[in-house]
Design a protein around this ligand. Structure first.
Ligand SMILES: Cc1cc2nc3c(=O)[nH]c(=O)nc-3n(C[C@H](O)[C@H](O)[C@H](O)COP(=O)(O)O)c2cc1C
Length: 171
């Protein structure tokens, strides 16, 4: 059983949400534990770049000087083994809510170090056009930097069954 955290940048009932829901169904059927964060419903400010996270933790529950809903993600992130990034493509990139939450992981990285980070990643994306090149490159660079294993990518609104299979392949 793996502890999976989903950073869900999908709006409700859209194309990407179908991938996320199918992935979760598969992952739950395989007995994994899932923590899903629906970023559109959360208050998460952008990283200030203040490097406050470089100082010793001022508050035990969060590595960041900002107090917002990111605290819930930090707690789950420290325990997680697999991170799922889910987002539609917005202008050749992951969308703003997912990028904002990802930027805030910088503070967690400062505290946990790369070795304390989850070790595996998944990417779920949809787009109107055929190309996923730019966000996939972003994900790959992130993965290389962190030394992650990529468990899989599902790219396309019509691929819910692939997302289910990917979820159910995780143990
Ligand atoms: C602000 C915005 C920017 C977009 N940029 C792109 C893009 O660069 N490339 C593309 O193929 N689709 C683009 N799209 C289309 C969405 O990625 C696509 O419709 C996606 O499946 C929507 O997912 P959702 O239903 O989960 O919101 C864009 C849509 C929006 C609203």
């Amino acid at each position: 059983m793996a502890k999976i955290i989903i950073l869900n940048g999908a709006r409700k009932n859209g194309n990407t949400a179908k991938l996320v829901d199918a992935f979760i169904q598969g992952a739950e059927a395989a007995g994994n534990s899932i923590k899903r964060f629906d970023l559109y419903g959360m208050k998460i400010a952008g990283c200030l770049g203040c490097e406050g996270c470089a100082r010793p933790r001022v508050r035990p529950e969060s590595p960041c000087v900002q107090k917002d809903d990111m605290t819930q993600i930090y707690e789950a992130f420290a325990e997680a083994e697999v991170v799922v990034f889910a987002s539609p493509i917005y202008f050749w990139a992951v969308n703003g809510v997912l990028k904002t939450a990802t930027d805030r992981l910088y503070a967690e990285l400062r505290c946990l170090g790369r070795e304390g980070f989850p070790r595996k990643g998944v990417l779920l994306m949809t787009a109107a056009g055929p190309s996923y090149d730019e966000p996939v490159e972003w994900y790959r660079i992130f993965e290389r930097y962190l030394g992650w294993t990529n468990l899989g990518m599902v790219l396309g609104a019509d691929k819910a069954s692939e997302a289910y299979d990917l979820g159910s392949s995780i143990h």
